[in-house]
Write a new protein. Structure first.
Lengths: 335, 335
């Protein structure tokens, strides 16, 4: 059992900054995130993209903002459980909480701060019958985490966005056979990635099937082949070891949706006084919360984190008077 | 007459960042500040002090944060009236505003954003009779803007804080005679500045009077001498060209207090939905506003600026539908 003052769900920029604001008030934090690294969307989805609206940075790469925030909270010694999803929440009689993750990790805390961004990202699945049969290691996967797995294998990738193009370009040299299937004539992804894919097809290094769709999957236990239909409705069977549909990720609230929090359109309703939810001791900050006038901006989440920390402090220290000290005058005092 | 969409009163960090948020929504800004340079307190009072609680900066010198913000808003071409104090506000029949400054500059705008920080800083004056008689260029001044003015002059400085110490050290070589008067035995300012002052006194380069007070000022038209009382109540007259009491600055709301805004303890009451005041078209953001749970943090002002801009846009464009675009996806689009 991990013991902490505040358990923060979500290691994106707002969850990370919450450690700083809590730390100034002498509250310790533990962060849980389903992703294997900190940074949320910023490191997972757009690490190399510049952000222009973080105050004080004319521009900053998403991954650098996360690096800076990590350094900023370092004095407050946050601890992490990464690569695990928070599944359940129990409120005990003494008003403290116990959270449990997908891997069985348990965290005991006095305050829960949900900073889950847009939620857990789940892959968009194509409407093909029996896909589930080949999930969990039997030939179909929706994300690529270890490209080495595909060395000298036959794979079929479907999709026309950046992810499909980038992985096609990357895996062309790794696999023994690579088929890229895309339902349209042209790609949505970056033009230079698309160009590279067209070149690989011209050189015969990959097989490119445009205006086509995978519409069936076959195999007794493991996937062995897929059916691909072209624009003339002609179906061809391709033998393959893996089928990888890369149709993007879609955010879901996940298990949090079942915690009796007030939810409005996939977001948690909060009181703007302190970004508290309808359950005492649980706060929601950043993109995952909603209130009248809400803007889903990182800079708004920072403000929400600061106000949340004040209120969390009062819950944890009902009889303690708090005087705010400016860091500019006194610097940072850690534990 | 200057014409603009938004007139921002106050060129501190929050006023500056408001230009960015307004600019993203295609609204142009003009900034007025009583200080001769941008940055508010950050450049005026603590330019070289590190700030630790700006998200994404483990630490940043106050002056560097201002430099960065200036660069960040540059694409939106803000214009400035510096060194002038906004004195009056008139709301016209078409709901637009005309502001006038201490120097008679007029600004016509549709939206007024008050980002005045703690207000105008006014010098703390010692309780000496007839001080006013020698103000406005007749020998008494409370701030030093042009040290060259004192070259080969006799001056008396009073005070024991950083400002008194720093200016004493700086002016020792400039003036023909310098007397530093301090009511206590020890100084409040930085130890190394104090040490330097003590050394100058030992070397006979300045005259240091501790446990003493200036209690009278003399002169027919201009100041010619001051009376200084020591701890034994012995009064001595010192001839001087200037008397410079440096007892710090104290913030005042100034003329804004008379604009019929709802004021609570020297701060402007706002609606947290959009940080609007009780007068339609006037917003207050940053340290100058107040609401339940208000934290006087720069990072909170940034959030307030973002929400304010959304609401200002609706006032300026009542019939236009607005779709928020993330800068990360599309970059910054200027005018």
């Amino acid at each position: 059992m991990i013991h902490t003052d505040i358990c923060i769900i979500g290691a994106g920029p707002v969850g990370l900054f919450a450690v700083f604001e809590a730390g100034l008030l002498k509250m310790r934090c533990h962060i849980v995130d389903v992703l294997p690294q900190i940074g949320g969307q910023l490191t997972e989805i757009y690490p190399k993209k510049p952000i222009y609206d973080i105050p004080g940075f004319p521009d900053i790469l998403a991954q650098d903002l996360i690096k800076n925030l990590r350094q900023q909270i370092d004095p407050f010694q946050p601890t992490f459980t990464l690569g695990e999803r928070v599944e359940s929440l129990a409120k005990l009689e003494d008003e403290s909480f116990i959270l449990a993750t997908s891997e069985g990790t348990q965290i005991s805390c006095k305050i829960v701060v949900i900073a889950g961004g847009l939620g857990c990202f789940e892959p968009r699945k194509p409407p093909i019958p029996n896909l589930e049969k080949y999930e969990s290691g039997k030939g179909i996967q929706y994300m690529i985490t270890d490209p080495e797995k595909f060395r000298n294998k036959r794979i079929v990738i479907a999709g026309g966005g950046d992810s499909a193009l980038d992985w096609t370009n990357f895996l062309a040299d790794v696999t023994s056979e690579l088929v890229l299937v895309h339902r349209n004539e042209s790609f949505r992804g970056a033009p230079d990635s698309a160009e590279k894919v067209l070149e690989l097809a011209k050189e015969g290094k990959i097989k490119l099937l445009l205006n086509s769709n995978v519409n069936k999957v076959h195999g007794e236990n493991n996937l062995t082949s897929v059916s691909i239909e072209d624009k003339d409705k002609v179906e061809t069977i391709y033998e393959t070891d893996y089928f990888i549909p890369l149709f993007g990720l879609t955010p879901k609230l996940g298990p949090i949706a079942d915690w009796n929090l007030n939810i409005d359109k996939n977001a948690i309703e909060v009181n703007t006084l302190d970004y508290s939810t309808n359950i005492k001791g649980i706060f929601a900050i950043g993109d995952i919360n909603t209130y009248e006038g809400k803007l889903k901006l990182i800079l708004c989440g920072f403000h929400e984190a600061a106000l949340m920390a004040q209120s969390a402090f009062k819950i944890m220290n009902p009889n303690k008077k708090f005087t705010m000290k400016y860091t500019t005058v006194n610097g940072i005092e850690t534990f």
